[in-house]
Design a protein around this ligand. Structure first.
Ligand code: GTP
Length: 185
């Protein structure tokens, strides 16, 4: 039996359609305030171990499909320990793309034996007064690598640190033990 070892740093990658708020989530986490105008892509951020709940240094990586090639995004998936796929709760098309594009794309770039944990993140809950979580269960059932789902708002600073903490936990304390079983002779 081969266990996927627990890494000593956690590398969190944010994916999702343009405009869903990936960069805003990262900057809201770091600055603890919402900035209306953010760059297309945040610089890679390293959060030191002593300020993370799990005491593990954590790197956070943004993507911007307008500025990166598909190969560069695929490479980031290979390097990541956990992937947060962000959609905007007020735009059904961005949730549709989670199942039709992003989850299959992540799978294509992970090995069959070890699927990296995925967190589904519904951002911009400040814009609606209902929950969309019920629309996600079917997706989570079809893709068991979906470890957790969370709704948040980069603007109202709701569940932003929780989202990144959940991503850390998915790597360090997986709900479904992630291992690959080699056939016994
Ligand atoms: P790309 O760089 O194109 O991939 O977009 P992105 O996913 O990084 O989104 P970005 O952070 O640039 O945000 C897009 C727009 O949504 C900006 O105008 C943000 O101010 C806005 N936005 C981000 N998060 C929230 C949120 O929680 N609530 C609201 N109301 N607006 C948000």
């Amino acid at each position: 039996m081969v266990y996927e070892s627990i890494p000593r740093t956690v590398r969190i990658l944010l994916l999702g359609e343009p405009g869903v708020g990936k960069t805003s989530l990262i900057l809201s986490l770091v600055t603890e305030e919402f900035t209306e105008h953010v760059p297309p892509k945040a610089e890679e951020i390293t959060i030191p171990a002593d300020v993370t709940p799990e005491q593990v240094p954590t790197n956070i990586i943004d993507i911007c499909v307008a500025e990166q090639t598909i190969e560069q995004v695929a490479e980031e998936i290979e390097r990541a320990h956990v992937i947060c796929i962000v959609f905007s709760v007020d735009r059904q098309d961005t949730l549709n793309k989670v199942a039709s594009y992003w989850l299959p794309f992540v799978r294509e770039n992970c090995s069959d034996e070890y699927r990296k944990p995925v967190i589904l993140v519904g951002n911009k809950i400040d814009l609606i007064d209902y929950s969309v979580i019920d629309n996600i269960w079917d997706i989570a059932e079809e893709y068991p690598e979906v470890d957790r789902c969370i709704e948040c708002s980069a603007k109202s600073l709701i569940n932003v640190s929780e989202m990144f903490y959940n991503a850390q936990k998915a790597v360090l304390h997986p709900i479904n033990p992630i291992y690959c079983i080699e056939e016994q002779e």
